[in-house]
Design a protein around this ligand. Structure first.
Ligand SMILES: Cc1cc2nc3c(=O)[nH]c(=O)nc-3n(C[C@H](O)[C@H](O)[C@H](O)COP(=O)(O)OP(=O)(O)OC[C@H]3O[C@@H](n4cnc5c(N)ncnc54)[C@H](O)[C@@H]3O)c2cc1C
Ligand code: SF4
Length: 520
């Protein structure tokens, strides 16, 4: 039986559906899970609060893209506004608007999950067949250094000049034209997001997907989820139309991503013995911006193709980081760049000559680093949660050292000028100025921090006293509720998370299927 995709305007009356599994969210976790269950012949209904946008809508209009395809219109942030949070909200979730970098999980992270957090059965050997399958299916291939754009080449050259380790990144693309616009959606369908790969296949296998369906609550009775309640949203405004979708499923899988999954559980009064919304990790990022004499054109070419894990492990208690580059799209850069009036204009005029380095910090692996929290701001609010993420001394020490290393790399690659992400940027014109970074202020709002990798909030672990789901991804206190997305990670990873989420979801699909009684 062929399934179908509905958008909010097509749901013209209150509707109740029954099925085997209700999957909430269509991103990395939900996309894989939906296909794996549909392939087993199970009747799957997927609800996605974002719209159904396809390549026709990916017209490179940045203003439209952030406000339409991102959580909170691209304005999600921690409660104190110190960390900007970028996260997808569209069919395909983050996989539709991300930058295509693919990494398998570092083995030491999975070992930590086993040894420190009590996770069972989730190791490199268990995940390898799933990664092998996904890499084939999503065309995850190395992007050789010869194809790197100038922005990535700067990182490569700077790392080489200083003798630091460096590598090229695998990307989930097929016939990629290297336009560089991954972050606003791929207009050629080259990006092998779940939107163009696993979701269409799941629909072919019979899955029913409702876009513009925001799940507000799960009803429970005893140890079971009895119903999933969604508001239908108007695709044009994202406002509720007043129509309700109710799904009565044998099993429910929450795949809303870190922040939204714990938020939905909290709205449903499922607190996981106080653990829901705890252990939120953000891979906090500081960005060092440089100007080169030659044109870099960091908005063009495959966006993220070189990395270094040279500084990922700086020893006990010290924040380590992964080095990569971001694409520098004009609107995004205009918002991120400091200065007003003539100064800002000058920065924008030199955008073609700009390069930026990301230091993506590995959180959750040091004693006492519990990360942040998600709480409800106001039950009537639509997507805005109270996200707290205390930045402590060890974060600021790490950010400062990361900015020094980035500046060194940028100068080694030939930068004329390097600028720190402070509200009053430290402007460095050569190596000798790097020491100025020691005197800059390191505190919230004075030094800008961003996140594109949210993890945790419904941590997996060995005990219901310290975690939300068990080692089969099942919510400890309910028989038929699973969480299958990045929110189950007990720590961050130190690499971009998509391939880990895809792999964990495919691995976990067997447990979800078994809960419906499928042995296929
Ligand atoms: C700009 C950007 C660049 C990135 N680049 C990379 C990269 O290069 N490589 C990489 O590995 N990672 C990258 N990431 C991160 C990666 O995309 C995410 O980690 C990943 O998509 C998260 O998967 P998930 O399944 O946990 O959640 P998501 O993919 O976020 O999917 C969750 C979905 O659930 C929906 N949802 C949430 N709540 C509800 C609800 N109540 N009802 C219905 N639907 C709901 C959301 O709208 C969303 O579509 C990037 C992210 C961003 C924002
Ligand atoms: S760089 Fe490739 S994958 Fe990204 S938007 Fe352009 S064509 Fe699509």
């Amino acid at each position: 039986m062929m399934g179908r995709i509905w958008t909010g305007d097509e749901v013209t009356e209150d509707t109740t559906l029954t099925c085997d599994v209700c999957v909430v969210g269509s991103g990395a976790g939900g996309g894989v899970l939906g296909l794996e269950l549909a392939k087993r012949g199970l009747d799957v209904v997927m609800l996605e609060e974002g719209g159904y946008h396809t390549r026709r809508d990916f017209d490179l209009d940045e203003a439209k893209a952030y406000s339409t395809f991102y959580q909170e219109g691209g304005n999600r942030a921690t409660d104190d506004l110190a960390i900007s949070i970028f996260q997808g909200r569209t069919v395909g979730g983050g996989t539709t608007i991300n930058w295509c970098a693919c990494f398998r999980t570092p083995p030491e992270i999975l070992e930590r999950w086993r040894d420190v957090h009590g996770v069972k059965g989730l190791d490199t050997a268990a995940l390898t067949p799933h990664w092998d399958w996904l890499e084939e299916r999503l065309s995850i291939r190395d992007w050789p250094i010869e194809r790197a754009n100038r922005n990535n080449r700067i990182l490569w050259d700077g790392l080489g000049a200083l003798g630091y380790s460096r590598g090229t990144v695998k990307r989930n693309v097929r016939a990629c034209a290297a336009l560089g616009t991954c972050g606003v959606g791929c207009p050629t369908d080259a990006k092998q997001s779940t939107l163009v790969t696993l979701i269409p296949e799941a629909v072919e296998q019979g899955m029913r997907l409702y876009a513009n369906a925001s799940v507000r609550q799960l009803s429970t009775q005893g140890i079971r989820v009895t119903a999933v309640h969604a508001d239908v949203l108007d695709p044009a405004t994202s406002r509720p139309t007043g129509k309700k979708l109710t799904v009565n499923a044998k099993v429910t899988a929450v795949c809303g991503g870190a922040i939204n999954s714990p938020g939905l559980l909290l709205r449903s009064k499922l607190t996981g013995r106080g653990n829901v919304g705890k252990r939120l990790f953000l891979h906090p990022v500081v960005i060092s911006q440089a100007r080169f004499r030659e044109r870099v054109e960091a908005y063009s070419g495959a966006p993220l193709t070189v990395y270094s894990r040279q500084f990922i492990d700086r020893g006990p208690g010290k924040l380590g980081w992964l080095l990569e580059v971001p694409p520098l799209m004009p609107l995004q850069s205009a918002v991120a760049l400091s200065g007003f009036g003539a100064e800002h204009q000058e920065h924008m005029a030199s955008l073609p000559h700009a390069n930026a380095l990301l230091s993506i910090c590995l959180d959750g692996v040091h004693p006492g680093d519990e990360g942040g929290t998600v709480a409800l701001r106001d039950a009537s609010e639509y997507t805005r949660f109270k996200v707290r993420y205390p930045l402590r001394d060890f974060h600021w020490e790490g950010f400062r050292e990361a900015l020094k290393v980035s500046a060194r790399i940028q100068f080694a690659a030939g930068a004329e000028q390097v600028m720190s992400p402070h509200s009053r940027p430290v402007v460095m014109r050569g190596e000798k100025d790097i020491a100025l970074l020691d005197r800059a202020p390191y505190s919230p709002l004075e030094c800008s921090v961003v996140s594109a990798h949210q993890m945790g909030g419904c941590a997996m672990g060995g005990s219901p006293e310290t975690s939300v789901v068990d080692s089969t991804l099942r919510y400890w206190d309910l028989d038929n509720l699973f969480v299958v997305d990045g929110s189950v990670f007990p720590t961050a990873l130190g690499v971009n998370p998509m391939e880990t989420i895809l792999g964990v979801a495919r691995w976990g699909s067997q447990h979800v299927a078994a809960a419906v009684g499928s042995t296929a």
